[in-house]
Design a protein around this ligand. Structure first.
Ligand SMILES: Cc1ncc(COP(=O)(O)O)c(C=O)c1O
Length: 385
């Protein structure tokens, strides 16, 4: 189906932050398959884990015990301070699990028709549930009737949340991205997530964070909520968890972790031997190679180099980053830069029309960082007038 506006290139191999196309032309990847390949391409530890697992078992279904899945659940819960994990195959599915948990939670509280507070400019996926939660009319266009039970408020505005709570008495949960990725790399005020946590505590609401893009070391912590020293009730993951092997997870704590009982939810593939083994290798590598710290340092380095090189560019509004989630907002549309960057051997992305988004592999080295900055700055200076 003509679902994707694809760029005119097909890659045939990769190594670390490099990709090669069919003509053996080399490209520097500053997008990581949209925040998926955080450990770069063809990482030996992931390769080895996939090969090893495929020699014994790929799949038996969730009707039986799956040892690597149990190990992965234990490890992720330990890293996130959560109690239980549900495994699926994508970010949208992880968020569907969260939405179902919120509804069960609301019903247990005696709310007849529970609603979830969600954010404008958010992105949570393309299934009908997650599309309805998403705060972007462009993504929703053509798909009415949307699912009910979502109330959209402004992101980074705690008063908007408090006002909505005064107006509606059926809210069971607040669901948000710690940093809005697709919406344009929007980083909220430093205390915002703490304030959301406090409002959830005061009103007996679940705090549910969508860490599909921000999770697994991208922002310089295992999970972005950890920058605020809080623990949510529900946390969803996907993208980088398998470094390219499809896997999603919904982690939950306390009451929220007990609601999806047998028969209430499921997935044929979710957390199978292959996906869980790959994810275990991802988690181990991130720990062994101190990748969170690397993401913090490299993200700051890229931001500072870009800020110095672009300081006289009148079109620059702001460079935002949390670790290796980087947004360069310009005062003018810049979607043309994606194709121009490709021609210059660099993969980037533009969100929200005028924000260049960089999500480089966290293992990118200093020489590659210099090349990334030099190529991008030349492109901006030459083409944005
Ligand atoms: C924050 C967030 N949530 C959910 C999703 C959907 O994930 P998937 O495409 O794996 O369904 C995305 C994808 O970009 C995302 O960025």
């Amino acid at each position: 189906m003509p679902t994707y506006g694809r760029l005119p290139v097909t890659f045939t191999k990769g190594e670390g932050a490099w990709l090669w196309d069919q003509n053996n032309t080399r490209y520097l990847d500053a997008l990581s398959g949209i925040a998926v390949c955080n450990l770069g391409h063809a990482h030996p530890a992931i390769h080895a884990a996939i090969c090893k697992q495929s020699q014994t078992l790929l799949h038996t279904s969730n009707l039986y015990g799956i040892e690597p899945q149990e190990q992965l659940a234990t490890k992720l819960c330990q890293l996130s301070d959560m109690d239980n994990a549900f495994f699926c195959n994508s970010g949208a599915e992880a968020n569907e699990a969260a939405i179902k948990i919120a509804r069960l939670y609301g019903h247990e509280k005696g709310i007849e028709s529970p609603a979830i507070l969600v954010m404008k400019q958010s992105f949570h996926g393309r299934t009908m549930g997650t599309l309805s939660a998403t705060g972007n009319p462009k993504v929703q266009d053509g798909f009415t009737p949307l699912l009910g039970g979502f109330i959209h408020v402004d992101f980074n505005d705690i008063d908007a949340i408090k006002d909505a709570l005064k107006q509606h008495n059926n809210i069971a949960a607040i669901f948000l991205e710690p940093i809005q990725g697709e919406g344009g790399v929007h980083i909220p005020a430093a205390s915002y997530l703490n304030e959301v946590r406090a409002v959830c505590d005061q009103n007996d609401l679940l705090m549910m964070v969508d860490e599909v893009q921000t999770g697994i070391a991208r922002t310089g912590a295992w999970f972005a909520f950890q920058h605020n020293n809080i623990t949510p009730d529900v946390c969803t993951l996907a993208k980088a968890l398998g470094n390219g092997v499809p896997i999603g997870a919904c982690l939950a704590k306390g009451k929220a972790s007990t609601l999806l009982t047998a028969g209430k939810h499921g997935s044929t593939f979710g957390g199978n031997f292959l996906a869980s083994s790959a994810a275990l290798a991802v988690v181990k590598t991130i720990e062994d190679e101190n990748i969170c710290q690397q993401a913090l340092e490299k993200g700051l380095l890229i931001k500072n180099k870009l800020a110095t090189a672009l300081k006289n560019n009148q079109h620059l509004i702001e460079i935002r980053n949390k670790g290796m989630m980087i947004g360069i907002e310009l005062d003018t549309p810049c979607i043309n830069l994606v194709q121009l960057a490709l021609e210059a051997g660099l993969l980037i992305n533009v969100t929200n029309n005028s924000t260049i988004r960089l999500l480089p592999p966290l293992i990118i080295d200093n020489k590659q960082i210099d090349l990334l900055v030099a190529t991008l700055v030349t492109l901006i200076n030459q083409n944005i007038q």
